[in-house]
Design a protein around this ligand. Structure first.
Ligand code: BEZ
Length: 211
């Protein structure tokens, strides 16, 4: 069965380009992003892993560890990584999991047989410090993901985990947020000292509380 939001994500041990890892232990008490790519030595995947490496500091700032996975073996990952670094002008130093027996791909339901019997789709999971699934997305092999969007979602998840707020459509870090519907307007006015703008009784904005 596929993973659902709020589920504890499966643990596993695997060989990676950074050595053997135990997934839950590796994440520690931070956040994680686990994403699959269909195959090594393919163009879209090359750009995705390069972009992830270039965003290293953005992930680190947010206490997020990133891991990629594909069903190719470790020796192939290690050689392909040189190409990624060369062509994308980066230095990939996050783990790329070797999954030739499809253990991780199966645990995370990354193979969608009607798309491909052999390769994973582009799955991406954001995992919270409680090891629970906070977001999942699935892209086809032909469409590279937007890693700025992944970071934007992490910002929203980390903010909404701390404050009684939600983030509106297209929200970006620093913009006004929405008061959670569980909070009455009376309580919101007491809680959010930067002010509350009431548009409708169910639509109340407040400046982002942590800046
Ligand atoms: C790619 O990364 O470019 C790719 C991989 C598998 C199928 C199609 C495209």
């Amino acid at each position: 069965m596929s993973l659902r939001l709020g589920d504890i994500v499966p643990d596993f041990t695997a060989q990676t380009t950074e050595g053997e890892i135990s997934f839950h232990e590796y994440l520690g008490d931070g956040w994680g992003v686990l994403f699959s790519h269909p195959a090594d030595y393919t163009p879209v995947c090359t750009t995705e892993l390069g972009k992830t490496a270039l965003l290293k500091h953005e992930f680190e700032k947010r206490n997020v560890k990133v891991l990629a996975v594909s069903v190719d073996p470790l020796d192939k990952h290690l050689l392909w990584r040189n190409d990624i670094n060369e062509t994308q002008h980066c230095s990939v130093d996050f783990p790329i999991i070797a999954d030739p027996d499809k253990k991780v791909a199966t645990l995370y339901d990354m193979i969608h047989p009607n798309a491909s019997e052999t390769f994973t789709v582009r799955s991406l999971f954001i995992i919270g410090p409680d090891k629970k699934l906070k977001l999942s997305l699935t892209y086809p092999a032909s469409t590279g993901r937007n890693f700025h969007e992944v970071i934007r979602v992490i910002d929203s998840l980390q903010l909404t985990a701390k404050y009684s707020v939600a983030t509106p459509a297209d929200w970006k870090n620093g913009e006004d947020v929405i008061v959670a519907i569980s909070v009455s307007t009376e309580d919101a006015i007491k809680k959010f000292d930067k002010g509350v703008r009431v548009v409708k009784p169910y639509l109340r904005y407040t400046p982002q509380p942590d800046i």
